[in-house]
Design a protein around this ligand. Structure first.
Ligand code: SF4
Length: 347
């Protein structure tokens, strides 16, 4: 998939934009000054595949906590700041790798300049993060794709006026159509990397559907350099969801693929719980193979010819196949353990 051309922006020891891979990020849901818990959560997310993590800065204790958090983690850290140039300066002093702040919201030009100069001095990028819930009223009272882009442009122009171009932009709506359109417009208008996401997406089931609906068409068009799947859930769930989404779009190659049928009246094996257990096993053990679990032999091996290994159900037994060729039969009882043994043979 050809990616849209953007400039390259460095965040800590990694780069975003240009021809770099799409980075996965999430946000801690613990008060930032609770440093031990925050470090633990960031490291859990990093272990699962997060490239970046963001923390919110509500007070000076949060800003100062950045220093301690940085000592305990190995991935770049972004501070999310609203309205306060002092908190931004304190985060920069504490060694944060990037800040998310909308310069038009932090006061007079001298205050903006202080933040921009501090970022320049330490090569810290700024994400301009426009959100449909907090749109600039001087631009529009109503959220729309055009309003999201115009709002981002307003903040970007302020930074450019100070000669600052280490910029990443996000334009998150809570509505799929506006969000897709906003990112399409933004990719034409800006040369900066885009952080793609849908805001306030909802609890897991709803959030996953809404995020996939918005992110897939954007990413398929080659737009987007980093993603967050916002869920009303633990951030580790966001990382897993982001990897699965990118993998299905061909943008995260080293990841397991599980194909399984929906089951029907022909199914005579216990397929549904098996798929959950097998997926967990593949993901936990980083077995980046294509695995099929099909309910019957009528369609099973044929439908999953491209798979490395698979099962097709029969009458309380399974047929094991590899690359579409039937190898042997396995009993439904103990199928998980026996299938895992076979998967490990092809690792
Ligand atoms: S693979 Fe077989 S059991 Fe599964 S849905 Fe298709 S026909 Fe039904």
């Amino acid at each position: 998939m050809n990616r849209d051309k953007t400039i390259n922006v460095k965040i800590g020891n990694i780069s975003i934009g240009g021809s770099n891979k799409i980075l996965i990020q999430s946000m801690c849901n613990i008060k930032t000054s609770k440093t031990k818990e925050v470090i633990k959560q960031i490291n859990e997310c990093a272990k699962l595949g997060a490239d970046l993590m963001r923390v919110s800065i509500l007070d000076i204790d949060d800003a100062r906590a950045i220093k301690e958090i940085k000592k305990g983690i190995n991935i770049p850290l972004i501070a999310d700041i609203h309205f306060s140039y002092q908190f931004a300066l304190e985060c920069i002093k504490s060694g944060v790798d990037a800040i998310r702040i909308n310069p038009g919201n932090i006061g007079t030009e001298d205050k903006i300049k202080l933040v921009v100069d501090a970022c320049k001095k330490k090569n810290i990028p700024i994400r301009v993060g426009v959100n449909s819930g907090s749109l600039d009223k001087s631009i529009s009272n109503k959220s729309s794709a055009k309003a999201l882009v115009a709002s981002a442009e307003k903040h970007v122009k302020i930074l450019e006026k100070f000669g600052f171009t280490d910029i990443v932009i996000s334009l998150k709506g809570s509505n799929v159509k506006d969000t897709v359109e906003a990112y399409e417009l933004a990719s034409k208008k800006f040369k900066y990397p885009l952080h793609v996401g849908i805001t306030e997406a909802g609890p897991s089931e709803i959030g996953l559907i809404r995020s996939s609906c918005a992110l897939a068409p954007i990413l398929i068009k080659g737009i987007g350099n980093t993603i967050r799947i916002s869920l009303s859930n633990d951030p580790t769930e966001e990382i897993i969801a982001a990897k699965r989404l990118l993998h299905d779009l061909g943008l995260y190659p080293n990841y397991p693929t599980l194909i399984s049928c929906p089951t029907c009246g022909r199914t005579q094996v216990n397929l549904i719980p098996l798929t959950t257990k097998v997926l967990k096993y593949l993901e936990d053990n980083h077995i980046n193979k294509k695995v099929a679990i099909m309910g019957c032999v009528v369609n099973g091996p044929g439908e999953a010819k491209e798979c490395d290994i698979g099962l097709a159900g029969g009458n309380k037994e399974w047929v094991l196949f590899k690359k579409g060729k039937v190898i042997k039969k396995l009993k439904d009882k103990d199928i998980f353990n026996n299938f895992v043994k076979e998967i490990n043979k092809i690792k």
